[in-house]
Design a protein around this ligand. Structure first.
Ligand SMILES: [Fe+2]
Ligand SMILES: [Fe+2]
Length: 193
C-alpha cells in the first residue's frame, strides 16, 4: 500500500518528480499558445492560467527547485554564480516579470484596449518561449548533472523535502487541483474566435 501523503512513487528520483511537473506546466504553455491564436483575449482563460502559473509553476515547482534542489546542488559543488543554477534563477525571475505584465494588462486587454492587448500578447509569447526553453535546459542539462552529483542519501533527503513541501506549502498542497486545472485549460473552449 503506498503512502497516501506522497504524490510520487517510492522509487522516483527528485529530478523525475520535477520532470513530471514540467509535463503538467507544458500543458498550460501549449494552452496559452492556443489562447494567443484567438482574435481577442479570453479573460476567464487567462485568469485561470495566471492562477496556475503563479501558484503552481512558480509557488510550488520553482519553490521546490529554489529552496531544495538548487541548494543541494550547490552543496555538492555545482556553482551558483556564473553556472547553470544562476542561469535558472535568472530565468525564474524573468518568468515572474512576464507573469506580472500579463496580470497588469489583463483587465484592459479583455476590455478591448488594443495597447494593453499588445503588451499582454507579447508578454505571454515571451513567457511561453522562456519557460519551454527553461524546461528543456533543466530536463537535459541541469537534471542530468543533478543525477550525477547527488548520491542516494542526498536524493532521499530531497524527496523527503519535496514531500514536506507538498504538506506545508499552501500552493503545493493543492497539487492535484492544479493538475486538474492544467487539464481544464488544455481542453478550454474559447469564448471568441
Ligand atoms: Fe526552473
Ligand atoms: Fe523546473
Amino acid at each position: 500500500m503506498s503512502n497516501q501523503c506522497s504524490l510520487h512513487s517510492a522509487n522516483a528520483s527528485p529530478t523525475q518528480v520535477l520532470k513530471d511537473e514540467h509535463r503538467v506546466i507544458e500543458k498550460v504553455l501549449d494552452a496559452t499558445k492556443r489562447a494567443l491564436r484567438h482574435a481577442s483575449i479570453d479573460r476567464s482563460f487567462f485568469e485561470k492560467a495566471l492562477d496556475f502559473l503563479r501558484n503552481f509553476a512558480d509557488g510550488c515547482h520553482h519553490a521546490k527547485e529554489e529552496d531544495e534542489l538548487f541548494p543541494a546542488l550547490e552543496k555538492s559543488g555545482i556553482p551558483r554564480d556564473g553556472g547553470p543554477i544562476g542561469c535558472m534563477l535568472k530565468e525564474h525571475e524573468e518568468g515572474r516579470s512576464f507573469v506580472r505584465t500579463i496580470a497588469d494588462n489583463l483587465e484592459a486587454a479583455a476590455g478591448g484596449n488594443r495597447v494593453a492587448e499588445g503588451v499582454l500578447r507579447q508578454a505571454a509569447e515571451g513567457y511561453v518561449e522562456l519557460l519551454r526553453e527553461h524546461i528543456q535546459k533543466e530536463d537535459n542539462v541541469l537534471f542530468v548533472l543533478a543525477d550525477q552529483a547527488l548520491g542516494p542519501d542526498e536524493q532521499k533527503l530531497l524527496l523527503a523535502a519535496f514531500d514536506r513541501a507538498e504538506r506545508s506549502n499552501g500552493n503545493c498542497r493543492k497539487h492535484e487541483q492544479y493538475v486538474a486545472l492544467a487539464d481544464e485549460l488544455s481542453q478550454w473552449t474559447f469564448s471568441t474566435v
